[in-house]
Design a protein around this ligand. Structure first.
Ligand code: HEM
Length: 231
């Protein structure tokens, strides 16, 4: 058997065959290239979402009691990697701001009703981050871990570094939540630049709809941290 190559290991042939612009070639090569740019950015986001969702589920699992100090460190490791991955996801959106509007207008009709709102992997994140009405599984796992180690979240926020890894987990969650929030804001800015007041391909009103969905995860943690100003 021949030695494994880079291309075989990474399934490069399959990977690079997955970008299929729909705009007709008669539109010109720059329009085709612009749509390829659009597809690659979305596919790259979905790959990072695959990693992010799995890492965050692993973090929540590590924190669920019974959890020893080693489990807490493991949860923190997953959490900190996720903070950096979500930053990469935000950067992907900034890159897409270089999509020339005239070409986007040309290939957008070929998207039909396809929309990021249908991203199953992004929806998976909602269960982890929660909404403004209910805490997600990440926060619940963290609160349970704190309780298992004899601390309330309020105490972790009040006592800070004294609570060691629980404090680092709380800080990691806030950074992660802010990363998610930054992603939503960056997406909103991109959409506003690319479609103005037009409605979305998924049927929503577009920017107004998305603006209402820009929420800050982990409201309880933010509230409790804020109390540090008034001991
Ligand atoms: C030119 C670029 C983009 C435009 C114009 C755009 C537009 C929109 C619009 C209008 C919506 C609302 C639903 C609808 O009516 O379609 C939406 C939702 C969404 N888009 Fe994009 N999008 C762009 C890029 C991206 C990228 C690169 C991703 C990465 C995966 C993405 C992921 C999402 C997600 C996850 C939602 C649902 C958001 C939520 O539930 O709050 N979009 N997009």
């Amino acid at each position: 058997m021949s030695a494994l190559t880079y291309g075989d290991y990474l399934r490069m042939e399959t990977l690079l065959s997955l970008q299929e612009p729909r705009v007709p070639h008669t539109a010109g090569s720059a329009a085709v290239l612009a749509e390829q740019f659009f597809i690659i950015t979305h596919q790259a986001c979905e790959l990072w979402l695959k990693q992010l969702g799995a890492d965050l589920e692993a973090a929540a699992e590590a924190l669920l009691p019974p959890c020893d100090p080693h489990d807490l460190e493991l949860g923190l490791e997953f959490l900190l990697r996720s903070v950096d991955v979500i930053r990469v996801l935000q950067q992907q959106l900034l890159v897409l701001e270089r999509l020339p509007l005239r070409y986007f207008a040309e290939f957008r009709t070929y998207l039909d009703t396809a929309s990021g709102a249908q991203s199953a992997q992004f929806r998976r994140l909602t269960a982890l981050f929660g909404t403004s009405h209910h805490q997600g599984s990440l926060y619940e796992a963290f609160a349970a871990a704190a309780e298992y180690h004899g601390r309330s979240v309020d105490e972790v926020c009040r006592r800070g570094v004294e609570t060691g890894v629980l404090h680092r987990l709380a800080e990691g969650l806030v950074d992660l939540g802010n990363g998610y929030w930054h992603w939503k804001v960056a997406h909103l800015a991109l959409v506003s630049k690319m479609i103005g007041e037009q409605s979305g391909t998924g049927g929503s009103s577009g920017v107004d709809f998305l603006a209402r969905r820009v929420t800050r995860p982990f409201p309880e943690l933010r509230r409790l941290r804020g109390k540090v100003h008034h001991p």
